[in-house]
Each structure stands twice: as C-alpha cells, then as structure tokens.
Ligand binder design. Structure first.
Ligand code: SF4
Length: 694
C-alpha cells in the first residue's frame, strides 16, 4: 500500500473499475492522492470496497502515462510530440481529407465503458453531428450488447430491473454465467449476507466458482453445464415449470402478452425440451435440473443475476431472452427481491449503452429510424442525422480490410487486445489511413495509430458513471489532468477543429443536454446528484429522485413479451484435433487486460494467467501442476502455466486474460452473437499439450 503523508482534504467520487460503482472518499494532500476510503454513504457499496478500488489507483501517476499529444505520418515512424492545437488541427484535416476522398461513411468512432456518460455522449455526438454518419460503437459491443437486445425486446428497455438492495428480499437467487466473488465482489458480499440468512442459491456455470462453495455459503444446486448450452438449460428449466403447472399464469395474464406466452409454453413443453432429452447436450443431470427448476418456481421471490457467461456466446441475445422468459413465467418481476439483473463488467457499461453510443440507437434506447427522436437531436444540434444504423466495431474492421473504411477515433479501448480475432483486428487497423487513439498509455492498438491523444484518469475529471443498478453517480476531479485536458475537453477540441463550435464549460452542461434529449434522464442534473448522492434512472417528473425497481405496474414496452428461444448449437465444434472447450473469466485482483491493475506499486497484482484443467485431462496429457502447456485453437495458439483442478469438468479448460503475454484473444473463435455481433469468447474448441514455455 502506498500512502504518502497526511491528507488535507477529501472528495467523494466513484470507483472506475467494475459495474458495482463503489463510492470513495479520495483523500488528498495537495495534488497527491494519499488513499481511497470507501464511503459509508455510498448507496451501491455502503462503506465496503474491494482491493481494486481501494488500492489499485497507482496507475494514475505511472511513468508510462503519455502526457503530450503525438503524431506520426506512418506507423513505422517514431512519434513526434505536438501541441494540443496541432494535434486537433491535424486530426480534423485527416478526417476531412479521408471523407473527401472516400466519402463520409469511411470514418467512425469507438467510445468506452470506462469513460463518463458525458464523454461517451460527446463521442457519439461527434460522430453523428461531425462525421455525418452513425458509425459509432462502444466496447459494450464485446460484453453486454446482447443484454441491450434481449431486455429491450422482452421488457422494453435495456437495464437491470432492480437495485442491489433488492437481493436482501430474495428467497431464491439464480446466478448464471457470472462469478460475483471475483467480478463484482462488493455485490457478492451483500448476496452472501442474504444467503447466510437462508436464501437458496442455484448456480449455472461450467466452472465451480467460489460462490458455489465458500465459507458459510453453499449453493443448493450447481448445474455445471457444457459451455455454449445456456439456452438448452434454461429451456429445460422452463419445460419443468410449464409441464408441472408451476408457472404463475395469473401474473402472465395480467402483465404479459398471453398469446405469446402460450406459444412459448407450447414450445418449451415439447418432449425434446425436457431435461432428460437435453441432458446429452447440456451435461446436466436431469434430477438436478428438475429440482433446481422447482426450487426457482416455488421458493418465493426469485431473482436472476447474470454476467458475460451469458452474453459472450453465439446465442447471447437468446440467452438473455430465455432468462427474461423464465422471470416472467414465474412472476418474478416488478417488486423487491425478484428481477433480471445483468452484472455489468466495467464501471460504465450501463451508461455507455444509455448514452446512444451504438450505431442503431440514440440516447435512451431510441432507434435511429425513429423520426421523432431523431428530430429532437437535429433541432438541438442543428444538423440532420442519418436514419440508417451505422457500422458496428466488427463491421468497421471488415470494411477496413475491404478498403472502404479509412479512419477511426478510439477513446479508451485497446481493441487489439480486447476484441476477438487479434489478427483480423490488426489487419483492419493496418489498412486504415488515420487511426486516432485517445488513451492513458501507448496500448497495443496504438502500435497502429497515427495520432495519439493523452487521456485523463477518473481522478482528473468531472462527470458521472452509471452502475449495474442504473445508479448515476458523480465522478469528481480530485487532481489537475496531467495532460492539461479532461477527456471531454479533448473530444470538444477535436469537434471544434472540425468547425462544430461546441462551447461546453463543464460536464454539468453536457448532462443538461443529455437530460433535454433523453426522457429517462429528464430529472438528472449535477445539482440534484450533489444533493441526493446518486439517482437511478428513470428519473422523470413521475419519479423525480429515480426508480429503484422497474416494471412495477407494467413493462416499459407495455405487455411483457415472451420469445421462443430455440437452442442452436454454436458452430465452434470440438473434434479429434480440438477436443476440449476453453472458457474464460477474471480474478478479483486483476481487471480486464490489466492496463491499470498491472501498473500499480503493489506486487500482488502481478499474478500470471493460468490454464485450469481437470486432473483426468491433465493426466491424459502428461501435465502436472505448474507445467507449461501449449493452448491451440483453429484461430491461433499461446502458452500458459497449468493449474490442475476439479473446479472445471473433464473436457473443459479455463483461463483468465489479464496479461498481454497470455494473448487469450489470439485463441478465441471468430463466432459471435447472432443479433449483436458480441464475440463468443466463452466457447473455443482447443487442444492442450505439454510445452517448454513461451
Ligand atoms: Fe471498484 Fe467494483 Fe471493487 Fe467496488 S467492487 S471497489 S466498484 S472494483
């Protein structure tokens, strides 16, 4: 722990790591952060925190921070430091040149779930009002875009239905594809408290995560399904509930479209959807599955929490809808203790999606083809907006490889490390004439950049993050930006070099614009956030301080919609050459590709990624604990040290992806969610063999 001197002031702000959104007092001495103290009045964390938020802020002053804008003509030249004005002018000239030569659709922007709502809002505004197209996307593309599709289709909006406190009223908690102990530790603490009080627990996960069995907590049922079969397991659970008469038909008749329910119920009741029929696919024992389904339907208030083990599949959107079907069929929507709750990975996944940083949606989840919504923005911005959706990240890269997409502004995302099919990402970036990277460090993507714009950490800026429970919380500047500009000022500088004439003086003014244009944010302002501490959207005239539980009397879309979700096996198949299935996840002390957590003074963060393998599979391959193994797929290969464990079932291997040397995304497959293109990170057919090391 690095603590320097005695603090002389403290400022309340919000953690910039995961979607729990813990509030902290940043205790300062002059311009030096002394320590982060969990804030007892923070509604998301109530004085708790995990090691990342508490201690992993050393990256803010790391020597590898880039503090000056830089440009270069070609990517094999050295960088040249320039002034901000020179960088903005050069970037604007390059975008103009490329649009003149290749057309206005040849450029686009990517924003990040790491950034504030205000920053994200400005990037999509820059693309729509400045670039003149809808080629804007966010890194939520590769994590929770299926949540956007699935929950909007079934409930009418893309958001978790509950606040975190709601779990304290749950009688049965179903966790699918999430590892809250490592990924969302402060929420996991609250969940475990409820479990110790007697709530029942069902975990659906290929791996025996800590929540399945930890001190004082043991799941009633763990369904260790074969990776890629979420939809089959949920369908089999629905089969039991419908055929045994356990559905809450009174709720369905009152709140949902009855005809669609009947259609869905007839489908799940088919004999081919029974636990017995699907067991060879799922690998889950029918007796266990039947018992788990009965518990969920009859055990009282049932809540569902899920993570990337649901979304990062070729059937990610179908799985989200299957979860929504299950919640509606059992009447578990619209009151404390129930609901469907995506556990968002990054601090502002919810906000990035809310702010309209998707190619098909304006802020507040209004489709770009909605003329009334578009007109609001056109009147405010004084431009006309394309009614057609723009390109998603993978489409931008495909178009770059095809020679039709030539320039990209990337704010706060290292797409070369975090997106699938690394070789294809590199080829796309290499084919562009102008790549603008706006980040804290010279990341892997910056190897392909022509312009580098230094970013600011969460300690150096004002704004808001929205956590996994739709809670909008202030991010407050505690130190002067080391590069001289906050991130929103960088985007504004670029916009003004393009002649857009923006004049925001503070992010509070950006939030005023967001509130004017986004009905669910109508009552949100920095002034109200200062008074209330946080607000959960929708915050409207009807709910001026926000809404802890959604869909209480009716769904946002009116009647809840049941969608038949047929199980369709992924195209990623095992076979003699690639007989094992790889799935991936995180550990508590590290964060994604580790850009921040690896740059702290505390050596605890520097654990290596390991390959978990079942003892039988290890023995078959002559591998022992600590050996090096070669992990190869149809996409590529890497080398990892082995951890022999029965946490994973025979036939399944698992790794984390925090260290660049691991290169997990060299191995992951090319497949993605049918509706949203979210990559199928969680299922890759692989072979594992002994290796002498990297
Ligand atoms: Fe930060 Fe998440 Fe840890 Fe809270 S639980 S301190 S938000 S990383």
């Amino acid at each position: 722990v690095v603590e320097i001197g005695t603090p002389d002031r403290s400022i309340v702000t919000t953690c910039a790591y995961c979607g729990v959104g813990c509030a902290f007092r940043a205790e300062m001495r002059g311009e030096q952060l002394v320590r982060m103290v969990p804030w007892k009045d923070g509604k998301a964390n109530r004085g708790h925190s995990c090691v990342k938020g508490r201690f992993a802020w050393g990256y803010a002053n790391h020597a590898e921070r880039i503090l000056s804008p830089m440009i270069r003509e070609t990517i094999d030249q050295p960088w040249r430091e320039v002034t901000w004005n020179e960088a903005f002018t050069h970037a604007a000239a390059e975008i103009a040149r490329i649009q003149e030569k290749y057309g206005r659709h040849a450029v686009g922007g990517i924003t990040s779930s790491r950034c504030t709502n205000e920053e994200t809002f400005l990037v999509q505004k820059l693309v729509r009002a400045g670039f003149g197209n809808n080629n804007v996307d966010t890194c939520a593309r590769v994590c929770h875009s299926p949540t956007g599709y699935g929950l909007k289709t079934t409930f009418g909006t893309s958001a978790g239905t509950q606040d975190f406190d709601s779990v304290m009223a749950s009688d049965v908690v179903l966790i699918i594809g999430a590892n809250p102990t490592d990924g969302h530790p402060v929420f996991a603490s609250r969940l475990k408290r409820r479990l110790r009080q007697g709530a029942r627990l069902i975990v659906i996960d290929p791996r025996r995560t800590d929540i399945v069995r930890s001190p004082h907590v043991e799941a009633d049922f763990h369904l260790p399904l074969r990776p890629g079969t979420n939809v089959a397991v949920l369908t089999a659970m629905a089969h039991v509930i419908v055929t045994e008469g356990l559905a809450d038909e009174a709720f369905v008749r009152a709140r949902c479209d009855w005809e669609e329910y009947r259609h869905w119920a007839d489908f799940v009741a088919l004999p081919c959807n029974s636990p017995e029929a699907l067991a060879p696919v799922t690998g889950v024992t029918p007796v266990t599955l039947r018992a788990a389904a009965r518990l969920f339907a009859t055990g009282g208030n049932g809540s569902i929490y899920y993570g990337l083990g649901v979304t990062e599949h070729s059937q990610g959107s179908s799985t989200v809808m299957a979860i929504a079907n299950l919640a509606m069929a059992t009447g578990n929507i619209g009151r404390p203790g129930v609901g469907v709750n995506p556990l968002r990975g990054q601090n502002n996944v919810q906000g990035a999606c809310d702010m309209g940083s998707f190619p098909h949606e304006l802020s507040g989840y209004r489709h770009i083809s909605d003329a009334a919504a578009r007109n609001m923005f056109e009147a405010e911005w004084g431009v006309s907006i394309d009614p057609e959706p723009g390109l998603r990240i993978p489409n931008m890269l495909d178009a770059a490889c095809d020679g039709t997409f030539k320039a990209l502004y990337i704010q706060g995302e290292d797409i070369l490390q975090s997106d699938p099919n690394t070789k294809h990402v590199a080829a796309g970036l290499a084919a562009m004439e102008c790549v603008i990277v706006h980040d804290l460090f010279l990341n892997e993507t910056a190897n392909y950049a022509h312009i580098f714009l230094p970013g600011s950490t969460f300690l150096e800026k004002n704004g808001t993050f929205t956590n996994a429970e739709r809670r909008i919380q202030p991010v407050r500047k505690v130190m002067t930006p080391l590069s001289g500009l906050e991130d929103w000022e960088v985007t504004q500088g670029l916009a003004n070099a393009m002649g857009l004439g923006w004049s925001y003086g503070h992010p509070a003014e950006i939030m005023e614009e967001i509130a004017r244009l986004t009905p669910t944010f109508a009552n949100v302002s920095f002034a109200r956030l200062d008074v209330l501490g946080s607000m959960q959207w929708p915050a409207t005239a009807a709910a001026p301080d926000g809404t802890p539980v959604m869909h209480v009397d009716s769904f946002v879309r009116g009647k809840g919609k049941f969608v038949v979700t047929d199980y369709i096996p992924t195209d990623e198949k095992t076979g003699p050459r690639y007989p094992l299935l790889l799935t991936t996840g995180r550990i508590l002390s590290q964060y994604n590709v580790g850009a921040q957590t690896r740059r702290t003074a505390n050596v605890i963060w520097h654990e290596e990624d390991r390959l978990e393998i079942h003892p039988a599979d290890a023995e078959d391959r002559g591998l022992k604990e600590g050996d090096w193994a070669r992990l190869a797929s149809r996409s590529g290969e890497t080398t990892l040290r082995v951890m022999v464990t029965d946490r994973v079932a025979p036939g399944v291997v698992y790794t984390t992806f925090h260290h660049p040397a691991t290169q997990a995304n060299v191995v992951t497959s090319e497949y993605s969610d049918w509706a949203t293109n979210c990559p199928e990170y969680k299922v890759t057919a692989v072979q594992v063999s002994p290796s002498n090391g990297p």
